[in-house]
Design a protein around this ligand. Structure first.
Ligand SMILES: NC(=O)c1ccc[n+]([C@@H]2O[C@H](COP(=O)([O-])OP(=O)(O)OC[C@H]3O[C@@H](n4cnc5c(N)ncnc54)[C@H](OP(=O)(O)O)[C@@H]3O)[C@@H](O)[C@H]2O)c1
Length: 256
């Protein structure tokens, strides 16, 4: 059952992708341009955004998600240029591996500042805009690492769990007003973020495929979009185990 309005065609849709300079967000931006959407691209690396936008009418709006004034200014600029926004994809995020033995408060706070506060900074101008339009949607990229506690994900997992809960609440508030809310939970995707991992990542997915899966899920009106299914469906099962069985299964599967 579709929980959100469907998107029949991307042609002419006004889509703002935040976190679009490389990785999954960049591939989403490229794909949207190919599909004929009107696209705005944001991240800190203006040069990389320019390369993706090359020779198209794509808006390049560099920003740092930890700077709310910059995010507000970009939102105002894009909204003024288009006279409205149909979809905002908040993809920006970062990852630091951490376990209890190497707990580092400064790095933990930085991860929360980008992954959680960064999303709140994006929602600050976007929610009033969508509510005033009575139309459009917002997608938040969290992670399957936010389902339940995992080894090596001491802080990252907590940031993503916060986003999953936040996006569920957003759905309850916004769906009755006709606004789409999408929760994107990737498994392992091959990007600069995962290229530093020193362990074998099950079912690692190419970033362009992840981008297409994200857009297909949104177009179909799904609430949760998760991929690759051959990995995420196991995690979705583990999610429902009682604690003794969950902890034992995770230890067995990860050695952690
Ligand atoms: N790859 C995976 O396996 C995987 C799995 C689950 C969830 N995810 C999530 O999916 C999202 C994208 O992941 P990815 O693998 O594509 O990561 P990535 O390759 O590291 O790309 C991250 C993107 O976010 C932008 N970004 C980072 N910090 C930012 C900031 N402070 N302000 C503005 N933009 C910022 C980066 O651009 P600049 O550096 O130019 O700012 C880049 O465009 C993240 O939220 C990640 O947690 C990824």
């Amino acid at each position: 059952m579709a929980l959100n309005p469907k998107i029949e065609s991307w042609k002419g849709q006004r889509v703002w992708v935040i976190g679009a300079s490389y990785g999954i967000g960049a591939e989403i931006g490229r794909e949207l341009i190919k599909l004929g959407a009107r696209v705005a691209l944001s991240a800190r690396s203006a040069d990389l955004l320019q390369q993706i936008a090359a020779n198209t009418e794509t808006i390049v709006a560099p920003l740092d998600v930890t700077d709310v004034e910059g995010v507000r200014a970009a939102a105002a600029r894009i909204n003024a240029a288009w006279g409205g926004i149909d979809l905002v994809l908040i993809v920006a995020g970062t990852h630091v591996e951490m376990r209890a033995e190497d707990f580092d408060l400064a790095r933990a706070k930085k991860l929360f500042a980008v992954n959680v506060e960064g999303v709140l900074n994006c929602l600050d101008p976007v929610l009033p805009l969508l509510l005033a339009q009575k139309h459009g949607g917002v997608a938040v990229v969290a992670s399957v690492a936010g389902y339940r506690g995992l080894p090596k994900a001491l802080i990252y997992g907590a940031t993503k769990a916060a986003l999953i809960n936040l996006t569920e609440s957003l759905y309850l508030d916004l769906a009755p007003r006709g606004i789409g809310v999408y929760l994107v939970n990737p498994g392992f995707v091959d990007t600069p973020l995962t290229q530093k991992n020193d362990f074998k990542m099950p079912a690692l997915m190419p970033a362009d495929k992840a981008a297409r899966a994200t857009l297909a899920g949104i177009a179909a009106g799904a609430f949760e979009i998760h991929y690759p299914k051959r990995f995420t469906r196991w995690l979705r099962l583990l999610r429902h185990l009682p604690y003794p069985a969950y902890f034992a299964a995770v230890r067995r599967l990860t050695g952690g």
